[in-house]
Ligand binder design. Structure first.
Ligand code: PLP
Length: 403
């Protein structure tokens, strides 16, 4: 499934509200936040020249988010950042003066945070980030998960002191339940998806993700010509596409959104021209991308600055995981989870379909940027799909790096 963007807003500027969130000022605020975090070094940008040769493109770089802030996925940037910003805003109101990131450890600020509760629904990674942010400032977190979230993922969230609620429904139903309970209890809901009347907090979550694009622009010699980014509700895709568009204007890269064929709600929205909810189907191995309705803000951005939408099959994702685990030539191995490698799955599929390849103008001069959005966040499943443990693949990566 492949669709070029034919939306009437395609190539229009971002709305001012979105440009403010995703542009240079937004990214600068995230940089300031990261200065006060541990393990906040920029994530590695890995060149894969042998893979680029094998696929017939110029250069492939993978921004490897597998170790972001010690959490295992890019989501570490969004939820925790939004929680901290909300605590600072509450404290600024309380003390009637500006309170900043450097005040995070002040007992008076922690006393304000201790009275706050943050809730969200999650497939796994976003909830871990919200829980970590709450723990960082001494606030309470309540995280809702649906039945499909593995025990390992639930335990990984609970480790940050979160109270866990299992809800018997889909991801989208769990989002609605978390919002309902939070409203009743007076908690702040920190969702990674947005809906009419609820845009600001998901905007902060997306602002957190701009750090990936901001760092990549620093790390690359030349900007990419193409970016393939995987999508669930579209938050990371919109954050990157929006930031690149704001920073590079008409020289922005060709931007392609990749989804699982079993949960391609953004592709469906591209077809209808508006936010479209799709039917719940069979579960996908790309579990973190199993969303059935795009985020309103993400769609608003993507309809303007995405060039194509595509969907990949289950086996495409597993093939991409394996390709990154067992690289060609001297390329470094990358531990990439089932949802982490989907940008590469999209690139490989686009290159295998002559019409898609031509439509995207992919050739031997293309400079591709991909994001490994997660490491092995479910190590048991990773080993089952790749045939090696995450530790042994990571060991191979170290051998290449140190060679
Ligand atoms: C590893 C991983 N990759 C990609 C995504 C997609 O992000 P979004 O829902 O913002 O599109 C998610 C979402 O949870 C994720 O956990």
């Amino acid at each position: 499934m492949f669709l070029l963007n034919t939306h009437p807003d395609h190539n229009a500027s971002l709305l001012p509200v979105d440009a403010e969130v995703l542009g240079a000022d937004g990214a600068l605020e995230v940089r300031r936040f990261l200065e006060f975090r541990e393990n906040a070094a920029a994530t590695p940008l890995v060149a894969l020249p042998a893979l680029a040769d094998a696929l017939g493109v110029g250069v492939i770089h993978v921004k490897d988010e597998g170790q972001r802030l010690g959490l295992g996925s890019f989501k570490a940037l969004g939820g925790s950042y939004a929680v901290v910003r909300l605590v600072l805003e509450q404290a600024s109101r309380h003390f009637e003066c500006d309170v900043g990131f450097s005040d995070l450890n002040r007992p008076s600020l922690r006393a304000v945070a201790a009275k706050m509760t943050f809730a969200c629904a999650t497939d796994g990674n976003h909830g871990r980030s919200v829980a970590q942010g709450a723990q960082l400032v001494g606030a309470r977190s309540v995280i809702f998960v649906h039945g499909g979230v593995s025990g390992e993922r639930v335990a990984a969230i609970a480790r940050f002191g979160a109270e866990m609620v299992r809800f018997d429904g889909t991801y989208d139903e769990t989002v609605a339940e978390a919002a309902r309970v939070a409203e009743r209890e007076g908690w702040s809901i920190v969702s990674d998806t947005s809906w009419p009347g609820y845009e600001r907090i998901p905007g902060l979550v997306m602002q957190g993700y701009t750090a990936i694009a901001d760092e990549a622009l620093d790390q690359l010699d030349r900007p990419p010509t193409h970016i393939f980014v995987q999508a669930g509700v579209g938050g990371i895709a919109a954050a990157l596409a929006g930031h690149f568009a704001e920073m590079l204007g008409e020289h922005r890269p060709n931007f392609v959104v990749v989804e699982p064929a079993r949960a391609a709600c953004i592709l469906a929205s591209a077809r209808t021209g508006r936010v479209t909810r799709i039917d719940h189907g069979e579960p996908t191995v790309m579990a973190m991308l199993e969303c059935y309705e795009p985020s309103l803000v993400a769609w608003r951005v993507l309809s303007r600055v995405t060039d194509a939408f595509m969907a990949v099959e289950e086996e495409d994702a597993v093939a991409a995981m394996n390709r990154l685990a067992r690289p060609a030539g001297d390329d470094r191995a990358i531990v990439s989870g089932e949802s982490g490698c989907v940008g590469l799955a999209g690139l490989m599929r686009a290159l295998a379909e002559p019409e898609w390849k031509a439509a995207l103008r992919l050739d031997a001069s293309s400079r591709i940027l991909l994001i490994n959005t997660e490491g092995a966040t479910d190590p048991g499943l990773y080993e089952q799909l790749v045939g090696s443990s995450p530790a042994s693949v990571a060991g191979r990566a170290r051998e290449v790096t140190s060679a």
